[in-house]
Ligand binder design. Structure first.
Ligand SMILES: [Zn+2]
Length: 119
């Protein structure tokens, strides 16, 4: 199997419901997003997917979150905007756009990350 990964960033505000601690208050993060694809074969050019095209698809999804207040978006009205749920949100939107999507990992800080691998 082959695997490729790209990274991108977005900045946004959120606050967590049903949570006691610092993250219950409105605050922001600079999230790092890592997307992994896997495939058992390569295209004619010898690639799983062109990095440039993969990055462009990811950018389309992240542009909807960037510099927003996540709790105000329709998706996060009832679902808590945790790193876990943000990873799932990005995964579900990318799934329809690219083949071989394996996982989405969302880094909330340099040392904390959550991943979603699909069903
Ligand atoms: Zn937070």
């Amino acid at each position: 199997m082959y695997s490729v990964k790209v990274e991108a960033n977005f900045s946004a505000a959120h606050n967590l419901r049903n949570y006691k601690g610092k993250c219950e208050s409105l605050h922001g993060h600079n999230w790092k997003v890592e997307v992994a694809l896997s495939s058992d074969k390569l295209d004619k050019a010898g690639m799983v997917m062109d990095f440039k095209k993969l990055k462009a698809q990811l950018k389309c999804v992240l542009d909807k979150l960037d510099h927003g207040y996540l709790n105000k978006g329709a998706y996060f009205k009832k679902i808590n905007p945790t790193s876990e749920n943000i990873a799932r949100y990005i995964y579900e939107r990318l799934k329809a756009r690219i083949k071989g999507l394996a996982s989405v990992t969302v880094w909330e800080s340099d040392t904390c990350a959550a991943s979603y691998y699909g069903e």
